[in-house]
Design a protein around this ligand. Structure first.
Ligand SMILES: Cc1cc2nc3c(=O)[nH]c(=O)nc-3n(C[C@H](O)[C@H](O)[C@H](O)COP(=O)(O)OP(=O)(O)OC[C@H]3O[C@@H](n4cnc5c(N)ncnc54)[C@H](O)[C@@H]3O)c2cc1C
Length: 320
């Protein structure tokens, strides 16, 4: 058994994901409290060089095999289970991404280690982890401890600052053998987002539109406002489901999690599935004709006016 804090590192095309920096930065701080080390765990093929991007870790454990070139649940789970059994860390931090949720849930079932999902805060106090999780679609925050003091947490994007994990250095790499896995799922193809579209997770200003926009042609005024503000247009799910904007613009549970400096919510009611994707924005301004709309529960500023009146007036004001 150790007091180490493990971090499962996601990466693509030779670049470590932002989530890895967020989790490693936090793991370093937690390791200071637990008396262990922050250990990065990387699965893939030809990945030794990634250690150069993981300076926040004290050590890097790699499982390097051609069969891990793309994430497949069985192989990734088998690799993580082998490491958890052998190293017995105090805590394993996994990104709450599509891949991470899959791998962490499987590893929890296989090892019997409890899983705290949708974590937004992680502490170590009294030598044991304490994790705050979003439950019921983000309506309630629950703070939990693991029964035997050890466990796995999947952490939502943006829970910790990435800067704390962006540390120069190249920690030692230790290779771990790939255990045999009963791989009934085969990787077929990677579908990348449409080329040329904006990455709303990286935009500082999002003008987000919901069903209150009424008709597709009204999107034009929203695009003009986003242009005047120097931001991008995002949306709630119904707008994407209607085919009015591409899926890459959807904010929420089944879309993308965003954390811009400004999130302007236009005609969005604020359903829990939408709030899950944007409630961590630095400044939320909501425009909705219904004063009881739940979006006002998370907004810093709000206006109960018709967005079709406000948006062109605001664009004119910004332009003039
Ligand atoms: C499993 C699951 C996953 C989901 N994932 C997502 C997700 O990722 N993202 C997401 O967004 N949703 C998601 N949803 C759907 C979610 O539950 C809501 O249905 C959706 O967010 C509602 O979108 P909306 O706010 O645009 O529409 P509505 O709820 O219809 O709200 C429209 C709002 O516009 C206001 N309005 C109307 N006219 C005007 C006007 N002229 N000016 C100003 N305000 C006006 C109304 O008062 C209303 O509040 C998911 C649902 C499920 C079950």
């Amino acid at each position: 058994m150790s007091n180490d804090i493990l971090v499962l590192v996601e990466h693509r095309d030779g670049v470590v994901a932002e989530s890895a920096h967020e989790l490693l930065g936090r793991a370093r701080q937690l390791a200071g409290s637990s008396g262990g080390e922050a250990v990065a765990v990387v699965f893939g093929s030809g990945i030794d060089a990634l250690a150069g991007q993981l300076g926040a870790a004290s050590r890097v454990l790699t499982v390097d095999d051609p069969s891990l070139a793309q994430p497949t649940p069985a192989a990734y789970q088998a690799a993580l289970v082998a490491i958890l059994r052998e190293r017995q860390p105090l805590l394993a931090l996994v990104p709450n991404s599509g891949i991470g949720m899959d791998v962490a849930a499987g590893a929890s079932a296989a090892t019997g280690l409890p899983l705290a999902a949708y974590a937004t805060a992680v502490e170590v106090d009294g030598g044991a982890p304490r994790v705050t999780c979003r439950i019921y679609g983000g309506k309630i925050d629950a703070t939990v401890r693991f029964r035997d003091g050890r466990g796995i947490a999947t952490v939502v994007t943006g829970a910790f600052p990435a800067a704390a994990g962006q540390v120069a250095g190249s920690p030692p790499v230790e290779r771990v053998a790939l255990p045999a896995a009963d791989s009934r799922v085969r990787f077929v193809a990677l579908h990348r987002p449409e080329a040329g579209d904006v990455d709303i997770t990286r935009e500082a200003i999002l003008v987000s539109v919901g069903r209150g926009i009424g008709e597709q042609e009204n999107l034009e005024i929203v695009g003009e406002l986003a242009g005047a503000l120097g931001g991008a247009v995002s949306s709630s799910r119904p707008i994407v489901d209607s085919g009015w904007l591409p899926r890459t613009r959807q904010v929420g549970k089944s879309g993308l999690r965003v954390k811009p400096k400004l999130y302007l919510a236009l005609g969005i009611s604020g359903a829990p599935e939408h709030l899950e994707g944007m409630r961590d924005a630095e400044l939320i301004v909501a425009v909705n004709t219904d004063p009881r709309a739940p979006i006002f529960g998370v907004a810093h500023y709000g206006a109960t006016v018709d967005l079709l009146d406000l948006v062109p007036a605001l664009t004119r004001r910004l332009a003039g």
